[in-house]
Write a protein that binds this ligand. Structure first.
Ligand code: HEM
Length: 473
């Protein structure tokens, strides 16, 4: 692999450890290091750590060449050694081949825009609940930490989509708050670098997942198992005395059929649910946090957006926003959401892929078995692709000049292995921003702008931030 990849440019590393030391120094800023390396070495560069060869691709043209034009070679997931012990590569995120193809199409059949339209009432109800929770803060007028509300919002929507459950407030406080804590702890563990990823031979001697990791995974699996059992009971009650027309289906119904037909095991079912929860909660929660931070730091954009939303809703006497009704009638909302996705792409470096054949990209040969990273952050933040990339300018997405072409946004990644939850994510983000901005004015209680530097993790993470809110009506 090293010989075949040797022509690809990249930072020079030390013998054996390669670029490990430089990468370890970047700590929470790996995305910024990749931006620097992209500026130095171009759209295709190579990073080595131990025996792990990684090729990083930046910018839509090269991502397209790899993940669309050569999709067969680039679709597979890179399977880290330590993921084997967790789910034997039978989850949705880590599996490959026909098994993954079947799983993805099963889950996607419940995530199409038509299905999401049917489930939209859940998203709308959840947004109303979010606003009711925030009303308390508007009444008392003191600054409060906003992040956790947005995380609660996204986790509840995924739980509704997966299990069709509707958590009352009390359960939200006891049950799902603890599941949120478990998910967040799990995310912290999953995103920790592990020696066996870089030196796979070490896996014969050590298990680099800590005991705490396995404990937290066990706890999360237990939560999910309980939800699945509760779901089966409530489904049985729903079926007793139901007519064909009022039986609703969820992702879980479809997955249970796969279990019945022995296409997936019970433990794979739990892994798949964990994968959807992990992929769908933090991404949306963090995106919404960054959206509020950007709107607080740019009050004139916040006012313009709020006015656009209120005017559109008042013109038809609506109290609440719904995505299917307003998706094309509030252009400034769409532009603002696009700009949030551009500036703060939650799936910061995508999920690692692997080449299954030697191939040529941009004239360079990439060896079979190389880990491939989609450098989403740099694709959205480099001056090579955008003018003033670090400024929040929704209007840029109306222009089609070379410097601001929206088709260059790759926040849901490129190719057939891209984000499975994109329609849901779009609907959630539009709905939450519209509901919040139609009701509240968000201000910064401090004189320094809110920190919008993302922290590198599996999802680009927003620093905790405090805001003051005021009712608009
Ligand atoms: C702001 C919201 C979101 C962003 C920016 C985002 C971004 C991404 C990215 C960049 C990938 C990697 C794709 C690749 O490897 O090529 C991904 C994969 C994935 N996403 Fe999302 N995502 C979001 C929300 C969601 C939601 C709401 C769900 C689920 C309900 C979800 C489920 C998944 C799954 C299951 C995968 C793995 C797909 C596969 O391996 O085939 N995502 N997402």
């Amino acid at each position: 692999k090293k010989i075949i990849n040797s022509k690809i440019p990249g930072p020079k590393g030390l013998p054996i450890v390669g670029n490990l030391i430089e990468l370890a120094r970047t700590k929470k800023n790996l995305h910024l290091k990749y931006l620097e390396w992209f500026e130095n070495y171009g759209p295709i560069f190579k990073v080595s750590i131990g025996s792990l060869e990684t090729v990083v691709l930046t910018g839509y043209p090269v991502l397209r060449e790899a993940f669309v034009d050569n999709s067969e070679i680039f679709t597979s997931r890179y399977q880290r050694e330590n993921a084997r012990s967790v789910n034997g590569y039978k989850g949705l995120i880590n599996s490959n081949g026909e098994y993954h193809k079947n799983l993805k199409s099963v889950v996607l059949s419940e995530m199409t825009s038509t299905r999401i339209k049917k489930m939209e009432s859940h998203i709308n109800q959840e947004s109303k609940r979010l606003c009711e929770l925030l009303d308390q803060h508007a009444k008392d007028g003191t600054p409060f930490k906003m992040n956790k509300y947005l995380n609660l919002f996204s986790i509840n929507i995924i739980l509704r989509f997966l299990f069709g459950v509707n958590f009352p407030y009390t359960e939200l406080d006891d049950g799902s708050t603890s599941i949120i804590q478990v998910i967040q702890k799990f995310l912290q563990h999953v995103s920790k670098p592990s020696p066996t990823s870089y030196f796979p031979f070490l896996s014969t001697f050590i298990n680099d997942r800590s005991k705490e990791f396995y404990d937290i995974h066990k706890l999360l699996s237990k939560h999910i198992n309980t939800l699945i059992e509760k779901y089966k009971d409530s489904k049985q009650q729903q079926m007793d005395g139901a007519t064909e027309t009022n039986i609703t289906t969820t992702i879980l119904d479809k997955l249970l059929i796969e279990v019945e037909n022995n296409r997936i095991t019970q433990s794979a079912l739990i892994s798949i649910c964990i994968d959807v929860l992990i992929a769908g909660t933090d991404t949306v929660g963090q995106t919404l946090s960054f959206a509020i931070v950007a709107l607080v730091n740019n009050p004139e954009i916040q006012e313009k957006l709020s006015k656009n939303i209120i005017d559109a809703m008042e013109s038809v006497n609506d109290d609440h926003y719904s995505f299917s009704k307003y998706r094309s009638s509030i252009p400034y909302l769409s532009l603002t959401v696009k700009e949030v996705f551009r500036m703060y792409p939650a799936g910061i470096l995508g999920l690692p892929h692997m080449t299954t054949e030697d191939c040529q990209i941009q004239g360079y040969t990439i060896a079979k078995g190389t880990q491939i990273i989609q450098n989403i952050y740099s694709t959205h933040r480099s001056e090579s692709f955008w003018s003033n990339p670090n400024h929040f300018i929704p209007e840029r997405h109306t222009q089609k000049d070379n410097n601001n072409d929206t088709s260059k946004c790759v926040h849901f990644a490129v190719g057939s292995r891209n984000c499975l939850g994109m329609s849901l994510a779009e609907t959630e983000v539009h709905t939450a921003i519209a509901e919040l901005l139609s009701r509240f004015k968000f201000t910064n209680p401090s004189t320094t702008p809110l920190n919008d530097d993302g922290i590198f993790s599996i999802a680009l993470t927003c620093h905790d931030f405090f805001v003051k809110i005021q009712r608009r009506n």
